[in-house]
Design a protein around this ligand. Sequence first.
Ligand code: BYC
Length: 472
Amino acid sequence: MAAVDYLERIPNNVNLKADRRLLRALEEWHPKFLDWWTEMGPLGFQAREVYLRTAISVDAKGWAQFGYLRMPEYRWGIFLAEPEPGRAINFGDHQGQPAWQEVPGEHRGTLRRLIVTQGDTEPASVEQQRHLGRTCPSLYDLRNLFQVNVEEGRHLWAMVYLLDAYFGRDGREESEALLQRRSGDRDKPRILGAFNEPTPDWLSFYMFTYFTDRDGKYQLAALAESGFDPLSRTCRFMLTEEAHHMFVGETGIGRIVQRTCELMREHKTDDVRTFDGIDLRTLQRYLNFHYSVSLDLFGSEISTNAANFYTMGLKGRFEETKKDDDHRLKEATYVVTTLDGDRVVTREESALTTLNERLRDDYIADCARGVARWNESIKRHGIDVELTLPHRGFRRAIGSFAEVRVSPDGRIVSEAEWDARKHEWLPTEDDKAFVQNLMRPVVEGGKFANWIAPPARGINGQPIDFEYVRLA
Ligand code: BYC
C-alpha cells in the first residue's frame, strides 16, 4: 500500500486505476494544471534540470528520492498516509464513531468549503513566488524555491483528489475554479488575505515560508485530526513535505541575520546597508508585516464557524488526541486576548467558539521559538539587539483588533500616532526599494549574495557548491 505507483501517468497510492470515473476526472484536470503551471508557475528555468526530491512512498523513513529533473516533468501525484486500522472520530458530537470513509451528507457543504480554502492557498503561493527565480541569491536557494513550488503544486493535487473523488460534479467545478483564481487579482482573487500579498523579493519569501507556511502546518495539523479519514490521511502526508518549507524559511532568515551580524561587526556599524546587508531594523519591519498577515489566517477570536467545524468532527485542535479532556468542550472555557472597548483585555470564553484563537496561540508559541534562535545568533555575535514578535493585535485585518490600531508593544494608539510611527513598524517604500535593489542574481556554483550567509550544509548530504540547478 505504501508503494507509489509510478507506472501510471498520475503517481498514486490510492489504486487510482480501479476507479475509472475518478481517473477520467483527474486526467481531464491534468492538462489544465500543466497550463496553469506554465502560465503562473516559476518564470524561467522550466527547461533546466533541478535537483529535486520526489515522494516515492509514504513511509516516514525514506519516502524521498533525489535526482535531476525539469519542473514540468515533476511527478505530481496523490499520496495519502497509511490508514490507521479502526480509526475513530476523536472529538465533537460524533466522537467514538468510526471515522468516515465517505463524506457525511449533512456536513458536505462545510467540508467542501474547508478543502477548497486549503486548496486555494497552494497555487496561490506558487503564483506569489513566480518571479523570484530571476533574482536568486544562489543555486542552493534557487533549488529550494523550486522544491517548495513543485510541492505546493502537489498539495493542490492533494485537495483536487479529495474534491474529485468525494464531491461529484461540485467537486470537479471547484477543482477548475482553483486554477482560475489568481493571487492579487482584483476580480478573481485567492480566498485568504495573505495569499493576495505580493512576494517580490527573497526576504519576503523567507518571511513567508517561516510565518505563512507555518500557518499551513497548524491548519493541516488541525485538518489531520478530521473525522473524514481521506482528509486526515492526505493532510498527514502533506505535513511531512511542509516541514521542509518551514526549514527553508527558518534557515533563510537565520542566514540573513548571521550575515547582517557579520557585517555589523566587521564594519562596526548598525547601518549595514552601505555594505549591501539588510539591517536588523528592516528585518524587524518585514517580520512585523508577515507575522501579522499570517495571524489573520487563523480567523476571528470568536468564531461560530470554528465551533461548528469542531462539533461536526471536521477540524480538530492541534494534537487533539494528545489532549486530556472530554474532546467535546461543551462546558469548557478558554482565555483569549481581545478588545473591550478601547482596552486590550483577557477574557474567559467558550472553548468551542475560541478554537481559532487556541490554534493561533499554538502557532505564536512556535513562531517565538524560531525568533529565539535568531536572537541567540545575534547574541553570539556580541550584538545587543533582539528581534521580537509584535503584539497579536498589531496590524490585524481579521478579528476584533481589526477595528483599532495597535502598536507592536500592544498599546492601542490613535490614528495620528499610527500614521506618525507606522514607518518604524512596517516596511516603508524606501525599505522595499532598498531590498529590491539588493536582489541581484548569483548563479555561480557555491557563491552567495552578499546579504545572506551560506547554509550550514547542503541538501541531501550534497556539498554547498553542488550544482543544484543545471543552467547549461
Ligand atoms: N482572509 O469565523 P471566521 C497553507 C473569512 S496555509 C480572508 O473568523 P473561520 C499554506 C472566513 O472565511 C493554511 N477571509 O473564520 C501556507 C469567513 O468567511 P464566511 C490554509 C478570511 O471560518 C503557505 C469569515 O471571514 N488552510 O496551507 O473560523 C503556502 C469569518 O471567519 C480570513 C486553511 O485555512 C482571512 N485571513 O476560519 C502554501 C484551513 N480569515 O464564512 C500553503 C481551512 C477568515 O463568513 N480554512 N476569513 O464567508 C479554515 O479552517 C478557515 O476557513 C479559516 C477561517 C481558519 C481560514
